[in-house]
Design a protein. Structure first.
Length: 514
């Protein structure tokens, strides 16, 4: 005899679904577009896996008493707070976590903590529905590319091939292979971690055995991807470019999964043989309950409270315009090419980069002084930092081009004359082979000089809320360090340029008052 749940318990969820669809409409549309990215198309399978896990526990769930719990507000209210942080700060991933917390809060509010604990693993696994934010994705993909490239070159050399690596570019003599994003391993990292989590969930063993099983999946991805790159380089000499695309490329991807599964399953067998513990034994079943506890009064109050919170949030999001596009004071195309003794030459970015960066205006100028030294100036301006669009930090792209950060940190620079015009900016001394460069970069944000991505997001949220503005810029200076030149001389050169640029930037980029 199984529990028959009153339909009234689930009736409010239709209303919740409509409100959440309206509240998170843009976020859900963006989520589906991210799923179409081949790095994250595994997300289409996550709802099916979560549904199977819930179905697999259907007997246990029928034994769980349902009870209204106002403790659900501990998840619902922070979830709505994150909604405003993501909406005003222009960050989709914050909206994704907000949606998850709101859903958890509603479940907790209406069905109680016992049910929440019973479905904790499917709920946690549902976080895999959300691809990581671009900042984490770019850095993670970069590190995976560097690790896989290093391992691939090591395996090629071990097999007797001549291979040289410069960042993500591998020179094998007769050709050069570039490890691009599609070959970074990111496409396989998350699915294989999910595979490890599911295997650990069904594996009856101590917590340390389950943890080891999941952690093993991470180096497996790196090793399999390095092996894949090495195989591509080895077979390239026989079959040419065909081995890096089409069937061979796709099969090499599937090899990563097969390799991981072939290692994880025997590992489970070995872990099981290491001895049994209390965790290896089946958990006792809960007794059958007569049905959900009747709490009509409290249930109606919880529905009214949740509906009111969602309606107020939706009304605020739809009825108030928190963003105002602020154009540059003057077009950056008019930025002077002559700055003191420095003479500039204007350059342009290729259209694919312009489309990807999606800024409102930009400039790229190479300045040269009479002594022959050069400084490259790049400015990207965003009139409104909308959700999913953020300023691209140089720290996330330079290593992928083979640049090694010898030192990086913060430095005080003059943005004009006088001590009051001093500002703190990012400084990085980078090197690729024998080529050395020094770079300064910072993010002018509505009258502030910001140096970090998180700080930039928080100020964007605050200014959208209090000033209805989310405009911002990236300013980057790069100078080449000569063979007989010291880093200190390059520092003096960049500091001279920042001192001259300060007043000009104030003429072109909006400040505190627009």
């Amino acid at each position: 005899m199984f529990v028959k749940l009153n339909w009234k318990v689930f009736a409010p969820w239709g209303g919740y679904g409509v409100l959440l669809a309206l509240l998170y409409r843009d976020a859900l549309q963006h989520l589906l577009s991210r799923w179409n990215n081949q790095d994250f198309n595994y997300c289409y399978l996550v709802p099916l896996v979560v549904a199977f896990l819930l179905w697999d526990r259907r007997e246990e769930l029928r034994r769980v008493p349902l009870k209204v719990s106002w403790w659900g507000l501990l998840a619902l209210l922070p979830g709505l707070g994150l909604f405003w942080l993501g909406e005003l700060g222009g960050e989709f991933f914050t909206l994704f976590i907000s949606l998850w917390l709101v859903a958890v809060g509603l479940l907790w509010l209406h069905f109680g903590g016992v049910l929440l604990l019973s479905v904790r693993f499917p709920l946690l696994l549902s976080l895999a529905l959300f691809p990581p934010p671009n900042l984490i994705r770019s850095n993670l993909s970069l590190q995976l590319k560097l690790l896989s490239s290093y391992l691939g070159v090591s395996l090629m050399r071990w097999s007797g091939m001549s291979a040289y690596r410069e960042g993500n570019v591998i020179d094998i003599g007769f050709t050069r292979l570039q490890v691009v994003d599609a070959c970074s391993g990111l496409r396989y990292l998350f699915p294989i971690i999910i595979l490890g989590l599911i295997l650990a969930y069904f594996f009856r063993g101590s917590w340390w055995k389950k943890t080891l099983l999941v952690l093993t999946s991470i180096p497996l991805v790196v090793f399999a991807n390095g092996l894949r790159i090495a195989a591509t380089g080895y077979l390239y000499q026989f079959w040419g470019a065909a081995v890096a695309e089409g069937f061979f490329h796709d099969f090499a991807g599937w090899f990563t999964f097969m390799f991981a599964f072939a290692v994880l399953v025997p590992e489970m067998w070995l872990l099981r043989r290491l001895g049994t513990s209390q965790a290896d034994k089946p958990a006792p079943k809960l007794p059958l309950v007569s049905g959900a506890q009747s709490e009509t009064g409290r249930g109606a109050q919880s529905v009214a409270a949740a509906m009111a919170l969602l309606l107020v949030t939706l009304a605020g999001a739809q009825g108030i315009d928190f963003r105002e596009k602020i154009p540059v004071k003057q077009p950056l195309a008019d930025f002077p090419l002559q700055i003191g003794s420095w003479q500039g030459t204007r350059d342009v970015l290729e259209q694919p980069f312009v489309d990807a960066l999606d800024f409102a205006d930009y400039l790229l100028i190479d300045y040269r002084n009479p002594q022959g030294h050069s400084v490259n100036l790049y400015i990207a301006y965003y009139d409104s930092q909308r959700k999913g669009e953020s300023i691209h930090s140089p720290s996330s792209c330079l290593p992928g081009a083979g640049w090694v950060f010898n030192t990086s940190g913060l430095v005080s620079v003059p943005l004009g004359e006088g001590k009051e015009r001093q500002a703190t900016v990012n400084r990085a001394f980078i090197q690729r082979g024998d080529v050395k460069q020094l770079t300064y970069y910072w993010f002018p944000q509505r009258g502030r000089i910001v140096t970090g991505a998180l700080e930039m997001k928080l100020w964007t949220f605050w200014d959208a809320l209090t000033r209805q503005r989310t405009d911002g810029s990236l300013v980057r200076l790069v100078t080449l360090i000569g063979r007989d030149e010291s880093v200190e001389e390059a520092d003096r050169r960049l500091q001279e340029m920042t001192r001259r640029l300060g007043p000009l930037l104030a003429q072109y980029l909006p400040g505190k008052d627009g």
